[in-house]
Write a protein that binds this ligand. Structure first.
Ligand SMILES: Nc1ncnc2c1ncn2[C@@H]1O[C@H](COP(=O)(O)OP(=O)(O)O)[C@@H](O)[C@H]1O
Ligand SMILES: [Mg+2]
Length: 298
């Protein structure tokens, strides 16, 4: 009996390892109850494939940020489990979580740069997770770190801005710096919460194209939240639609027709576009009505 049990659990562990290889991030029956009625996440089951770009699409309050925050352990599920890079986020402990987070780069809507610091210092700070002690000036970073930071800046097209104050750059440039900073961690998973929501359409496209390029070159597992349907379709391999904390849509973007694309918005918003007359709340999104216009390159 005990032998049988041993065999079974070994097999299960082996199977889990195989699943972990295929899916860098796995949510299994994840529910988040913040209290006060509505659920932040409602029984979400998703496996995010290693090396793929997935976009979480949904209206404000649909649970996109909540989902992302479960992946790097900023939120703990009320029930269910989150596995990231072969580890159960809920049971790795404080130190395990710190190590796990080193593999997870994060990009924010508001860039989160230190404005008065130089671009280069901001990028060097991406290494803080693996360096001991605080760094209060650029010269306190090892030369190798500074050199690598310049390389990362070069990758995002901003090496010539290294010594400029971060807050003197445009929004699009600041987000590029934030990407360079995230790359200093050598992440395998990249989370991007509304990475282009603060940018004008041209800069947004720029940043999305850069993210796509880096994801492909570095074989990153990218999970990004976006509002815009067409950007999502052109950027991602797969779209997960969230509505009221539930995953209501899950599909690959390959071969998606404009017609199908236009149903995506209604499935995440719960509103049928055909029924929404001109000037309705739905048309305010604009994005659904211009299916092939965003010009994202892949
Ligand atoms: N820390 C929190 N405390 C209470 N409720 C929260 C918290 N974070 C998010 N929520 C709620 O969870 C739902 C999903 O929010 P969120 O994940 O921020 O949505 P999105 O990022 O898609 O706009 C919303 O109803 C929001 O009010
Ligand atoms: Mg959000």
């Amino acid at each position: 009996m005990s032998i049988h049990r041993h065999t079974t659990s070994t097999k299960t562990a082996e199977l889990q390892r195989e699943i972990d290889d295929i899916y860098s991030v796995q949510l299994d029956h994840v529910t988040k109850d913040f209290g006060g009625g509505a659920l932040g996440l409602d029984d979400v089951n998703i496996g995010f494939r290693t090396g793929r770009v997935t976009v979480l699409l949904g209206l404000s309050g649909s649970g996109k940020s909540t989902l992302l925050r479960h992946i790097n352990g900023l939120h703990t599920p009320t029930s269910g489990t989150v596995r990231v890079l072969g580890q159960d986020v809920g049971s790795v402990g404080k130190r395990g979580l710190r190590e796990l987070r080193r593999n997870i780069g994060v990009i924010f809507q508001s860039f989160n740069l230190v404005g008065p610091m130089s671009v280069l210092e901001n990028v060097c700070a991406g290494q803080l997770g693996s360096l001991k002690g605080p760094r209060i000036s650029l010269m306190m970073y090892p030369k190798s770190v500074r050199r690598e930071a310049i390389e990362k800046l070069d990758r995002v097209g901003l090496a010539d801005r290294a010594y400029q104050r971060a807050d003197t750059l445009s929004g699009g440039q600041q987000q590029r710096v934030a990407i360079a900073r995230a790359l200093m961690q050598h992440p395998t998973v990249l989370l991007a919460d509304e990475p282009v929501a603060s940018l004008d359409p041209v800069s947004a496209l720029d940043v999305i194209n850069l993210l796509r390029q880096i994801a492909e070159e570095d074989d990153l597992t990218v999970i990004a939240s976006l509002h815009q349907v067409q950007l999502a379709i052109d950027f991602a391999d797969r779209i997960i639609g969230l509505r009221s904390g539930q995953a209501v849509l899950d599909r690959t973007t390959q071969g998606l027709s404009a017609e199908e694309a236009s149903t995506i918005y209604s499935s995440v918003s719960g509103m049928d576009i055909a029924e929404a007359g001109p000037g309705s709340a739905t048309t305010a999104t604009g994005v659904v009505r211009t299916p092939m216009s965003s010009g994202v390159t892949r």
